[in-house]
Design a binder for this molecule. Structure first.
Ligand code: RFL
Ligand code: PHB
Length: 389
C-alpha cells in the first residue's frame, strides 16, 4: 500500500492530524496498536483551550462538542483557608471548555470513514524504516498478515511509550526530563460536581483537584506517593481524603458515588527536542509530556498538529518546504512555555518530600501574592487559556 503520510497512533494527535490532512485532500492512514475500545476506555484530559475547540470547529467536527461541552469562565485555587478565583474570561477575554478526551476521540473516530481517513486498529509489531531518507515505510502485522505502507512522511503520534521516538537516534543533550515523586489518583463518578469552577487545592495532606465532565459526572484527583497501590484506595477512603483536602466548604457540597473508573498516573515533565528526523515528525506525547496540573498535554498535542498539518499542506499543495523546515523550532517554543507553566503550577500546589519549612512558607507567600495581585492572576490566566499559536 502507498500513501502520502503514514500516521502512527490513533490518540487525539494522530486522529486530528489525519482529519486535518484529509481536509486538504492529502492521503494518509493511521496505524494504531490498540483496539478502538481500548483507546476509548482511557480516561484522560478534560479541559480544552480555544485553540483546540477552534480547530475542531474549522474541521466541522464540533457538533457534539458545541452541544455538550461546558464553557468555563474561571477556575479556583483552594488552600484550606480560602478560595482564590482566577476569572479567566475577565482577565483574558477567553474561556476554556470541559469536554472529555474520550468524547473527542469518539467524534474523530466516528467521522473518519466518511472523510476517507482509514484507521488500522490492532496493528502489532509496528516498525518504522528508512526514516532518515525520503522514501520511508512502515510495517506491521494485522490479522496474522504482514503489511507494508510506503509513504513520503511519517507522523509519530504514538504517545510517550510509542515506537516513533525510539526510531530517532538519541542525543542526550536534546532530552530533558523531570520525574515527580508522586502520581495522581483519579476517580470518575456519576455525581454532580461540588463547585461551578474546577478547583485546584493545596492542603498539608497533599494536592486535590475537583473537576467534571458534565453536570452529572465528576472527575476528582489526589496526589499519592509513587508506591501507593490502587487496591488500597477503596472508593470510601478516596472520598474521605478528597473531602479533607478540598476543605470543609467544598466538602459539604461533595456528592459521593461508586467509581466508574479509578487509576493512578505518574507525573513527569519530558521534552525530546529532536521533533524531526529526516522524514519522521513527532507530535504530542510522543515528543513531550507535561504534568497534568494546568491541563496542557492534550492542548499541546493539538498545537503540534496545527503546525504540522500546515507544514505538510504547504509541502504537498504548494511545493513549499519552509513549514517542514521550521516545524520543530516553532512547536518547541510553545512546548517549553507550557512545560514551564505546568511545572511551576505543580510546584505551587504539591508538597515534595524534600520540602523544608522554608519551602512551605514560599508556597504560602506565592499563593498570598496571587490572591492579592491582578497581574499575577493575569499571567496565570493567559497560560491557562493557552498561549497564542
Ligand atoms: P496518546 O493519547 O497517548 O495516544 C497515542 C496513541 O498511540 C498508540 N500507540 C501506538 N500505535 C501504533 N504503534 C505503536 N507502537 C504504538 N504505541 C502506542 C497508543 O495506543 C495511543 O492510542 O497521545 P497523544 O495523541 O499525543 O495525546 C496526548 C494526550 O493523550 C495527553 O497529552 C493528555 O491526556 C494529557 N492530559 C491532559 N491534557 C490536557 O490538555 N488537559 C487535561 O485536562 C489533561 N488531563 C492528562 C490529564 C493526562 C492524564 N494522564 C493519565 C497521563 C489527566 C491525566 C490523568
Ligand atoms: C480533568 O478534568 O481530568 C482535569 C482537569 C484539569 C487538569 C487536569 C485534569 O489540570
Amino acid at each position: 500500500m502507498k500513501t502520502q503520510v503514514a500516521i502512527i497512533g490513533a490518540g487525539p494527535a494522530g486522529l486530528l492530524l489525519g482529519h486535518a490532512l484529509r481536509a486538504e485532500n492529502i492521503d494518509c492512514v493511521v496505524i494504531e496498536k490498540a483496539s478502538a475500545d481500548y483507546v476509548l476506555g482511557r480516561i484522560r484530559a478534560g479541559v480544552l483551550e480555544e485553540t483546540t475547540t477552534d480547530l475542531l470547529r474549522q474541521l466541522g467536527l464540533s457538533a457534539r462538542l458545541d452541544k455538550e461541552g461546558i464553557r468555563e469562565e474561571g477556575f479556583a485555587f483552594a488552600d484550606g483557608e480560602r478560595l482564590v478565583r482566577i476569572d479567566i474570561l475577565a482577565l483574558t477575554g477567553k474561556h476554556t471548555t470541559v469536554y472529555g478526551q474520550t468524547e473527542i476521540t469518539r467524534d474523530l473516530m466516528d467521522a473518519a470513514a466518511g472523510r476517507g481517513l482509514e484507521i488500522f486498529y490492532e496493528a502489532a509489531e509496528v516498525a518504522l524504516h528508512d526514516v532518515a531518507g525520503d522514501a520511508p515505510f512502515v510495517t506491521f502485522t494485522r490479522d496474522g498478515r504482514e503489511q507494508r505502507i510506503d509513504c513520503r512522511f511519517i507522523a509519530g503520534c504514538d504517545g510517550f511509550h510509542g515506537v516513533s521516538r525510539q526510531s530517532i537516534p538519541a542525543r542526550a543533550d536534546r532530552i530533558f526530563e523531570r520525574v515527580y515523586p508522586f502520581g495522581w489518583l483519579g476517580i470518575l463518578a456519576d455525581v454532580p460536581p461540588c463547585h461551578d469552577d474546577i478547583v485546584y487545592a493545596s492542603h498539608p495532606r497533599g494536592f486535590a483537584l475537583a473537576s467534571k465532565r458534565s453536570p452529572t459526572r465528576s472527575r476528582y484527583y489526589i496526589d499519592v506517593a509513587l508506591d501507593e497501590r490502587l487496591e488500597d484506595w477503596s472508593d470510601d477512603r478516596l472520598w474521605d481524603e478528597l473531602s479533607i483536602r478540598l476543605g470543609p466548604d467544598l466538602a459539604a457540597n461533595i456528592t459521593t458515588g461508586p467509581a466508574l473508573e479509578k487509576s493512578i498516573a505518574p507525573l513527569r515533565s519530558f521534552v525530546f527536542e529532536t521533533m524531526r528526523h529526516g522524514s519522521l515528525f513527532l507530535a504530542g506525547d510522543a515528543a513531550h509530556i507535561v504534568p497534568p496540573t494546568g491541563a496542557k498535554g492534550l492542548n499541546l498535542a493539538v498545537s503540534d498538529v496545527i503546525y504540522l498539518a500546515r507544514a505538510l499542506t504547504g509541502y504537498f499543495n504548494r511545493h513549499d518546504n519552509d513549514g517542514l523546515a521550521s516545524y520543530a523550532e516553532i512547536a518547541l517554543a510553545r512546548v517549553w512555555k507550557a512545560s514551564r507553566f505546568s511545572a511551576s503550577l505543580t510546584r505551587l500546589l504539591h508538597q515534595f518530600p524534600e520540602d523544608t519549612a522554608f519551602d512551605r512558607r514560599m508556597r504560602k507567600a506565592e499563593m498570598d501574592f496571587i490572591a492579592s495581585n491582578t497581574a499575577a492572576q493575569k499571567a496565570i490566566a493567559e497560560n491557562y487559556v493557552g498561549l497564542p499559536l
